[in-house]
Structure formats: C-alpha cells, structure tokens
Ligand binder design. Structure first.
Ligand code: G6P
Length: 374
C-alpha cells in the first residue's frame, strides 16, 4: 500500500483532514438504511455469532492504552445506555499491575489502533486465562490482538502514520457506537433512539467536513497560545474523553503541559489553579450536561479564568453571556457522536501549536507509534 502525504506537509495534518473519508470507510456496509419491511440497523459481521453472549455478560470491560483508551471512554455512556450492561474501564498496564478481577462472565473489549501494544496484548493474555469473552477493535488486519481475540471489528480507518492518533480515534468511537447499537438491537423500547443515532452516523462525515473548516481559526488560536506553559481542558459526560484526548494531543506533539479534567471535579482541586493567565478550554456543547457546564463556565469566569469555550453553533451568548470568552462553534450531532466532532478543533490546535513551536509533528521526541515493549 502506497502511503504518501499528498499535498499535506505532515501525516498528522493529512490524517486529520481525511476524517470525513476514513469515517465513511469505517461505516461502509455496516449501516442498514431500513425500508418498508426492514428496520434501520447495524451489521458487524465479525460479531454476529457472539452478540447473544455479549448481551448476557455480567459486565463489559474496555481495555486499552493512550488514545485508544480515550476512545473507549467516549463510547462508554452509549454502550451503558443501549446495552444495560455495566461497563467498566481499564488502562491495560493498570489492570496488570493490580491483577484486577476478570471473570468468565465478562466481555473484555480490547481497543488498539496497532493491535500490537505490549500492555494491551499482555492484558489480553490475562483476560483469556481468566475465561472472559475477548473482543478486539483494531485498525490492523492480522495484528496480534486481531488474531488472539475470539471475535472483533476492524475500524478500517486506513494506515495511520503520525504518532499522534487522530483518524483512528474518531473511527474507534464510531465502531464502538455501532457496537452499542448492535448489542442494544434486541430491545424494542430503544428503537427510536437507535434510529436517531443511525441517522446521525449517516450524517457524520458531512458534519466532520464542516468542523474541519475551523482550521484557520485554530491556527489563530495556536498563535495566541504558542508561548504558554500549560493548558487545561474541562469536559464531562460524553466529552470527558474529549478533554483527556485533546490534552493528550497537545502534550504529545506540541510538548506543552496540558491536562484533561472532569468538569465535575473542578471544585475539588483544579479551581485553585485558575487565574487570568492560565488558558482553559471548556467543552460545552448541547447535551444533558449542558446546564452544568454553563455553571462551570460561570464559576471559572468569576475567578477571572481565561476561557476558550467549544460550544454548539449559535450558542455563544448562552455559554458566555459577558462575551469575554474565545468561542469555537461546532456543528451539533447526536449527543453520543458529539465527541467525534468536538475532538477535531483540538486536533487542529495541537497540530498548529506543534508547527508554530517548531517541533516534529509526526515523530514527537521520546514517543513511538506502537509501544511493543513493556
Ligand atoms: C502509543 C502511541 C499512542 C497510542 C498508544 C496506544 O503510546 O504513541 O498514540 O494511543 O500507543 O496504541 P494502540 O496501537 O494500542 O492504539
């Protein structure tokens, strides 16, 4: 497979901008539009013989590292909602450190772009020894995780070369949303919700194309932040993962200290950091947590926080009545798919910050695309 940068300067830039296409490929052949006698549904060939077992499992455990862990965290709420099965999260190395409990009645879902990460592979061995049903979600056909799990789904995002994962992240979220739809498929009461999400998936590549138009705006923001020491990102609900992943992008490529934080925890410590200098990004798009995020913004504002707010198009007055925040408006999509849209301005910000600060975009110092040693 010939992979080149085309007219882009860096792989990371190319991979950010090709997300409308990579997401389309991820969904190709897997969404059923429905019709007169058929309901809208999802078809995941690699899982169809195992869905019953997954539905009957006592718990679904997501296991991954880095960006792949964050993608699973973004999908967790919709999986809980549609499956009714408790979903817990494990960072692979931490599960191994604790030798945490994994049972025969568990479904362990391994999320890994490369399918070769040593920590994830060892956690897979551990889960297999403990008798769990093991599902692999990878971008690499024939990878160790794809081979050694009982079943799985390929995300089909295409080769990702930049060390900082971008298009794989959004495709992973989409695959896990489709997983939630497939598991929840036997429940009639959630059919309208599932149909709305399927419609949202069909529209998603177009919305991603829209949000990519923020490129110049994010470059301008990067110019303002170029000399900062530190950046905080607050999110909650579906977008707690967006905060963690946005901060991870900034620290891994732009080499700037950055922390993603749960907005609900703000008053339990992070609030002490707030002053008129430290830049703070707040994710406050419309969903069930919106009013709570509005009050977080008010509290930050009252402490003279330097705020950058990611909000739904047309919501700038609702999130920042005083008008003193910098606003990034994104298109609205179905709540559980919003993390796919919301991460993109942050990917662009990390990219431009890196270029402006003069660091290596595709191969940040000290990092590897795939960490195959422990
Ligand atoms: C490395 C990469 C990260 C990646 C993580 C997990 O740390 O630098 O970008 O998220 O590994 O990799 P995986 O291939 O398992 O998703």
């Amino acid at each position: 497979q010939q992979i080149n940068k085309g007219h882009y300067e860096h792989y990371m830039q190319k991979e950010i901008h090709e997300q409308p296409e990579s997401l389309t490929t991820t969904m190709r052949g897997r969404l059923i539009r429905g019709g007169s006698c058929k309901a809208k549904s999802v078809l995941l060939g690699g899982l169809k013989d195992h869905l019953k077992t997954i539905r009957r499992s006592r718990r679904i455990v997501f296991i991954g590292c880095g960006t792949s862990y964050n993608a699973a965290l973004a999908a967790r709420p919709i999986l809980e909602e549609l499956s009714g099965v408790p979903v817990t999260m494990e960072i692979a190395s931490d599960l191994l450190d604790r030798q945490g409990p994994i049972y025969r009645e568990d479904t362990a879902v391994f999320v890994s772009q490369s399918g070769e990460t040593a920590d994830a592979l060892q956690a897979l061995e551990y889960a297999l020894e403990n008798g769990a049903l093991c599902v692999g979600i990878t971008n690499t056909v024939g990878s160790a995780i794809a081979r050694n799990t009982h079943c799985g789904v390929h995300i089909n995002a295409g080769a990702e070369i930049g060390v900082a994962s971008t298009k794989a992240y959004t495709s992973q979220i989409v695959v896990m949303a489709m997983l939630a739809l497939a598991i929840g498929d036997d429940t009639i009461s959630n059919q309208p919700r599932r149909e709305a999400i399927i419609d949202g998936l069909f529209d998603l590549p177009g919305k991603v194309r829209d949000v990519l138009k923020l490129d110049q705006e994010m470059k301008d923001l990067a110019k303002l932040l170029i000399a900062e020491q530190s950046l905080l990102v607050f999110g909650r609900g579906y977008n707690y993962a967006t905060a963690l992943e946005g901060a991870l992008k900034v620290k891994e490529v732009a080499l700037m200290h950055s922390e993603g934080m749960l907005a609900g925890e703000m008053k339990h410590g992070p609030l002490a950091l707030v002053d008129e200098h430290l830049p703070i990004i707040v994710i406050a798009t419309r969903d069930a947590c919106f009013s709570k995020q509005q009050s977080v913004i008010q509290q930050l504002h009252a402490r003279k926080g330097r705020l950058i707010v990611v909000c739904t198009k047309g919501d700038s007055a609702a999130v920042c009545p005083g008008g003193s925040c910098r606003i990034i408006e994104v298109p609205q999509v179905e709540d559980c798919l919003q993390p796919v849209v919301n991460i993109i301005p942050l990917q662009l910000l990390a990219y431009h910050l890196t270029v402006l600060r003069g660091y290596n975009v595709d191969q940040p110092r000290n990092l590897a695309k795939s960490v195959t040693t422990q």
